[in-house]
Design a protein around this ligand. Structure first.
Ligand SMILES: *[C@@H]1O[C@H](CO)[C@@H](O)[C@H](O)[C@H]1NC(C)=O
Length: 376
């Protein structure tokens, strides 16, 4: 049976409701309101734990602030959207104040990391996509490099070169050969893959356009095609706990890179369902989903634990919460973006039918016997 995937876009493309409700009262309005509620709750978590939030956590909320400003702007022209717009604006202002304060704490807890990555928590750094594209399944790697994974230290070092925030006084956008090779290596998976994409995403934010960066879009196409494939496999194994983090990171990064097919309605529903109702955070599920997470992690997706992950005793994770809010902010932004021209969704780059259905063959079927498997 052909598996058609419903996108958020499908919902947006539905014919107008017979009653012709103004859109805050329609399904889209309800959805925007649901997402905002989740984000407001997550922001209370940020406020509550502010002195202990690490930089990766702050980055997610910084992205969210930018997304909320973007949404605010898209909703500005429609008087019916004023209540939602006010909510988004209030939340963005709250975040802005909290993030200012968090810099004070980060300076004390990890001054070096802060110096190196401070651009990523500055409001002007992140830019939202204005043109949307989609992943191309034919770019998925036919094999994976069994030695794919590179260390977070290497990845950090290359990002610091890109930002020009090292102590050697070198300019942004300048790269060593080591980083050029590392960041363009084929066959990577998991966090190595998402960090390769992050590298080119930051190059775009930083305004790097020369040399290697002439091919930025090409590399982003390749990496996000593979990140899409990973996310589909995470979904296929039921989003078991430790994979949720990478899954949301992939949506956050590729969504910011302009790949609209990461914004699937059922992925939105899944993410919303993971929020902890008490604290508003995202993290380790409560007892019942316990089986997989204690199993020894052999290879593949689950192999690596993030060095800077911070897990609170109540199961709240800084990194999970950060990727969740930026993924959710992306859903809100695309919802607003597709509605900002008189509710007329403007189709992304490809043929209209491919915007509403994902009828690409299931990659799992095509490529069995890959060097790693998720279900071990
Ligand atoms: C997808 O990528 C393949 C290989 O690069 C290319 O031939 C094809 O035209 C692409 N498809 C779309 C829809 O862009």
């Amino acid at each position: 049976m052909a598996r058609f995937r419903l996108f958020l876009l499908l919902l947006l493309a539905l014919p107008p409701q017979p009653s012709s409700l103004p859109w805050p009262d329609t399904k889209q309005g309800t959805m925007a309101s649901l997402i905002l509620t989740a984000l407001e709750k997550a922001t209370l978590f940020l406020e509550d734990r502010l002195p202990t939030i690490n930089l990766d956590g702050a980055v997610g909320f910084q992205v969210l602030e930018v997304q909320l400003r973007g949404v605010q702007e898209k909703w500005a022209s429609d008087p019916l959207l004023q209540p939602l717009r006010l909510r988004a604006g209030r939340l963005a202002s709250t975040l802005s104040a909290l993030l200012q304060k968090s810099i004070f704490y980060l300076k004390q807890s990890d001054p070096t990391y802060l110096r190196e990555f401070q651009p990523s928590i500055q409001p002007g750094f992140w830019k939202l996509p204005h043109v949307w594209t989609r992943t191309n399944a034919s770019l998925v790697y036919p094999w994976l490099d069994p030695l794919d994974s590179f260390s977070e230290e290497s990845s950090d070092m290359c990002l610091v070169q890109l930002l020009g925030t090292g102590t050697d006084g070198s300019q942004p956008c300048r790269l060593s050969n080591f980083c050029r090779i590392l960041m363009t290596k084929t066959g990577c998976s998991s966090y190595s893959l998402s960090h390769q994409l992050l590298f080119f995403l930051w190059a775009r934010m930083q305004g790097c356009t020369e040399g290697l960066f002439l091919q930025s879009q090409h590399y982003m196409n390749v990496f996000c095609a593979n990140m899409m494939e990973l996310n589909q496999r995470v979904e296929a194994i039921g989003y078991s706990y430790p994979t949720q983090d990478l899954f949301m990171e992939n949506i956050m990064f590729c969504g910011l890179a302009g790949f609209s097919d990461f914004y699937k309605l059922h992925w939105l529903e899944a993410i919303l369902s993971w929020q902890k109702p008490q604290s508003g955070c995202f993290g380790k599920p409560d007892a019942k989903g316990k089986l997989l997470e204690d199993a020894p992690q052999r290879q593949g997706l689950l192999r690596r634990v993030r060095r800077r992950e911070k897990l609170f005793t109540d199961g709240c994770s800084c990194h999970n919460t950060a990727t969740a809010v930026a993924a959710l902010g992306g859903f809100l932004y695309i919802l607003a973006d597709y509605h900002s021209d008189n509710g007329e969704p403007h189709p992304p780059t490809q043929s209209p039918e491919s915007d509403y259905q994902d009828n690409s063959p299931m990659p799992e079927v095509q490529r069995t016997g890959r060097p790693f498997s998720l279900s071990s």
